[in-house]
Design a protein around this ligand. Structure first.
Ligand SMILES: Cc1cc2nc3c(=O)[nH]c(=O)nc-3n(C[C@H](O)[C@H](O)[C@H](O)COP(=O)(O)OP(=O)(O)OC[C@H]3O[C@@H](n4cnc5c(N)ncnc54)[C@H](O)[C@@H]3O)c2cc1C
Length: 484
């Protein structure tokens, strides 16, 4: 078993820059024409420099452009457009409000726990609205479906029911979101074997890479001259000019040192998720990377195509195999393409040092074969010979010790620089589709001086108490240990 000392060194490690040669995700197998877009030469100054071109960077850029009449925005991306977690995830648009509510209410009280649940549910609605607004239903293959959460043990099922009952008692307006199913129904109506019970909730599936790249494309057309996207431009360091020696440096006090030379900015916005600790060393141990494994599997004619009606999550108690030192982290997630019938299946069964990693340049073969052997069994199929592996890849998430995102202004104590113009939205703990869009929107509005505290949960903000006593390396170690 990994010792606390080893865990501490993993969570505080420098994630480094995004690796230049990531595994290719199935979502990206046809690159968008903007995949390698960049200006002929890097702009010398921009009002807002956004680091990262995932869904959070997109949301910040879109909100700044829509809410400010003249501001200029540059999105800087180390690799190709949308090549981080957003371009390599599971495509599930679902909230985890039900299963998390009990814990959140214990820690933050029922009011904040309810606010978090509402935020994630509203975020999912907004994802669907964005897809419709940008005419991307077809392109991003969005399906409005129900998610079937399946609990593989009685203990997991009982904890879930208890949590949902408390959510509904504390917040009657959220009654009816979850429909609890017994094991017999899960088997007979949904063909899932080995469950103790399940629950349905409204959800969706999406091709996130196509959504994000299409919206970036539309924004470039709508705001020519105000938005530039600089792919293959790694930000290697950020500096603050305290002396304002030139008029330019008083307006654009930040210098981003990039692989294509320097760029000045008035503000820097970090949408760097699992990589945040590289440019912001004080965040190491506060946000740590976590590597996920995804597969696309073709079941052939072994099972029917349910992609238009349902997606699945399989919850089980964490496992540990002393021989291989591999941990099972408690969750598999599954969607199905309504068009091809392909299954998009992910989940972790790896050593801790492989999981707490920012290296998506390879995918462990044992993680892939594990996913290949597990999936057919959920459908009661022992013979996996007819199931074909279409694709496999890895991707990097950002995790925090309290399981909540970090959204807000970075104080000089966090940046090590005196300026007040650095901001972050990161650490979506594997639930980006339920958080990033509104986290990015909230951050952009905060940057523009608007109030968002009636809808952004205060627990996501960078308050002193959270930073000093919750977002700490020992708490990150405790959080990881509790998953083992
Ligand atoms: C395998 C996997 C499966 C997942 N499945 C789901 C799911 O089904 N549903 C769900 O809700 N969530 C899922 N997630 C989580 C979700 O994808 C993320 O929470 C979300 O995409 C985060 O978006 P982001 O824009 O904040 O970060 P990212 O999409 O990771 O974007 C950050 C970007 O910053 C760039 N960057 C970082 N540092 C620098 C630098 N110094 N210079 C320039 N660029 C830099 C990176 O290259 C990257 O493109 C999954 C994640 C993974 C990895």
């Amino acid at each position: 078993m990994t010792s606390d000392k080893e865990l501490a060194s993993l969570v505080t490690a420098d994630p480094g820059l995004p690796r230049p040669n990531p595994t290719q995700s199935y979502w990206q197998h046809v690159p968008h024409p903007l995949a390698e877009t960049q200006s002929e030469s890097l702009p010398s100054e921009r009002d807002y420099a956004i680091v990262g071109s995932g869904i959070t960077g997109l949301s910040v850029a879109k909100t700044l452009l829509e809410h400010h009449p003249t501001a200029t925005v540059a999105v800087l991306e180390a690799r190709t457009l949308c090549s981080g977690a957003t371009g390599r995830n599971g495509g599930q648009m679902a909230a985890n409000a039900g299963e998390e509510y009990w814990h959140l209410a214990e820690v933050h009280g029922p009011e904040m726990a309810g606010k978090i649940a509402k935020f994630t549910l509203r975020n999912l609605e907004k994802m669907q609205e964005l897809i419709e607004e940008y005419d991307a239903v077809e392109a991003s293959e969005m399906q409005k479906i129900q998610k079937l959460r399946v609990f593989m043990t009685d203990g997991k099922f009982e904890d879930f029911k208890k949590s949902v009952a408390r959510l509904e008692a504390d917040h009657p307006s959220m009654k009816g979101i979850y429909t609890i199913l017994d094991a017999d129904t899960v088997l007979k109506e949904y063909g899932i074997h080995g469950a103790s019970g399940g629950a349905l909730l409204p959800a969706g599936t999406v091709w996130p890479y196509r959504l994000v790249t299409n919206v970036f494309d539309a924004l470039l057309k709508k705001y020519p001259g105000r938005l530039t996207i600089e792919t293959n431009t790694a930000v290697e360091a950020v500096e603050y000019d305290e002396k304002f020696l030139t008029p330019i440096s008083s307006v654009f006090p930040y210098t981003l040192r990039t692989s294509r030379g320097p760029m000045r900015a008035a503000s820097v916005v970090y949408c760097t998720n699992g990589y945040s600790g590289h440019l912001l060393p004080s965040l190491r141990g506060r946000i740590h990377s976590f590597k996920g494994t995804m597969t696309v599997q073709d079941p052939g004619k072994a099972v029917s195509n349910q992609g238009k009606s349902v997606s699945w999550g399989f919850h089980y108690p964490p496992t540990y195999d002393p021989d291989t030192q591999r941990h099972g982290y408690g969750l598999y997630y599954l969607g199905q393409s309504a068009k091809t019938g392909y299954f998009y299946f992910g989940g972790e069964n790896t050593r801790m040092d492989e999981a707490v990693s920012a290296d998506d340049s390879f995918v462990a073969s044992h993680s892939v074969s594990h996913l290949q052997s597990v999936l057919p069994r959920f459908f009661g199929k022992e013979d996996k010979a007819s199931w074909k592996l279409v694709s496999s890849w890895s991707g990097i998430m950002g995790f925090s010790s309290d399981g909540l995102p970090l959204v807000g202004r970075l104080s000089p104590a966090l940046t090590g620089r005196r300026g007040e113009g650095e901001w972050i939205a990161a650490a979506f703990n594997g639930y980006g589709m339920a958080n990033c869009l509104m986290a990015g929107e909230a951050l952009a509005l905060m940057i523009l001086g608007e109030k968002v505290n009636d809808w952004l949960p205060g627990a996501y903000e960078l308050g002193e108490q959270r930073l000093q006593s919750i977002l700490t390396p020992p708490e990150a170690v405790k959080a990881l240990s509790s998953k083992l």
